[in-house]
Design a protein around this ligand. Structure first.
Ligand code: SAM
Ligand code: SF4
Length: 332
């Protein structure tokens, strides 16, 4: 592929991964993500249609994107998600097509999603205690997530990764129980450091549990060694259990930023491209597509946006400014 047909930025990074938020709405209200009430939902008419998403993705694929992750908000609350999965899979059956979900709807949707072409899934679960789940997610639905994980496995989605966010003095004691449970059940566990991207602006540095501490706590119970890096652009740093029990990952976005290897862009549910989770600028592709811009114009706009991709986030700098939109609207 010639350089002109790929998405390259000023740092020489090449974009390969497109995260698509299909909705900003959600059936949970996790404390690290959203306030209990008062979320400013997007008007329905502002959401890209599935055809618009597929068209935009087609242009991205022509520019070297090889992986697409559907996310949100909670992607499964948007009607007929398998229809979108099929449209995307039809674009390129070898596409690395994955989904990040809270898992609640997988009991009914996993089979259909798999049949439509979904390959793998990340399910978020921050505790093994139903009562604490209710405190974190503000909904009493723990058992549906566990059933959803089983449904994902039964449907043949593989691998199944589990994302967990830890908060100091809240669920930090879940580290080892979650690690044990994931080992026993064959799930690939990833701990994500809590980032200043919550709509309620409640993030404070002392409340995040640093990756180094997470690894040390697991290592004390189940000895670990750093795994060989096979994909430098993957956000998770992987550790192998010395007893052969698989691996566990940490996504140290705050304490060990990995921006230098970032290959991601994000399409929000309302059709804006963000070149970084922490971007303060968005590029309006919905307006361009609805104004009738041809594919070449969309491609040119995208190249120009990616060229200006931020070298890195500024969380650890005094100049950091939290973006107006939170993780659930950006597409985590
Ligand atoms: N609703 C789906 C879910 O929960 O998996 C998909 C969207 S959610 C925004 C994607 C991932 O981001 C989840 O694993 C969630 O735990 C994580 N997340 C949400 N807010 C976060 C924050 N402020 N910092 C770090 N991770 C966060
Ligand atoms: Fe919803 Fe996911 Fe945010 Fe939880 S983390 S409130 S499930 S979007």
């Amino acid at each position: 592929m010639t350089p002109a047909s790929t998405l390259v930025d000023t740092q020489g990074r090449v974009v390969r991964d497109l995260r698509i938020s299909v909705t900003d709405r959600c059936n949970l209200r996790c404390v690290y993500c959203m306030p209990a009430e008062g979320m400013p939902w997007l008007p329905k008419g502002d959401l890209l249609s599935y055809e618009e998403i597929a068209r935009f993705t087609r242009v991205c694929l022509s520019l070297g994107v090889t992986g697409v992750r559907l996310t949100g908000g909670e992607p499964t609350v948007r009607a007929d998600l398998p229809v979108l999965v099929r449209l995307l899979n039809d674009l390129a059956p070898d596409l690395d097509l994955s989904l990040t979900t809270n898992g609640l709807k997988l009991t009914t949707l996993a089979g259909e999603l798999r049949a439509a072409g979904l390959k793998r899934v990340n399910v978020s679960l921050d505790t093994l205690d139903p009562q604490r789940f209710q405190q974190i997610a503000r909904r009493d639905r723990f058992h549906e997530v566990i059933a959803g994980l089983a449904a994902a496995r039964a449907a043949g989605l593989s691998p199944i990764k589990v994302n967990a966010v830890l908060m100091r003095d809240f669920n930090e004691d879940e580290v080892v129980p979650l690690a044990r449970w994931a080992r026993e059940n064959g799930y690939e566990l990833r701990f994500i450091e809590w980032m200043p991207l919550d709509f309620g602006h409640t993030w404070e540095r002392w409340k995040l549990v640093p990756a180094a501490e997470i690894v040390a706590r697991i290592h004390a119970e189940f000895p670990l060694e750093a795994a060989r890096v096979t994909d430098p652009s993957a956000p998770a740093t992987l550790y192998r259990y010395l007893d052969g029990g698989g691996s566990v990952g940490v996504i140290a976005s705050v304490t060990r930023p990995f921006c230098g290897h970032c290959d991601r862009i994000r399409l929000t549910a309302d059709g804006q491209i963000r070149t970084c989770l922490f971007s303060l600028k968005e590029y309006d592709f919905r307006r361009a597509m609805r104004a009738g811009a041809p594919d070449e114009t969309i491609a040119e706009m995208l190249r120009a946006a990616v060229w200006r991709k931020e070298p890195g986030h500024l969380i650890n700098s005094p100049y950091f400014k939290q973006p107006e939109r939170g993780m659930s609207a950006i597409g985590g």
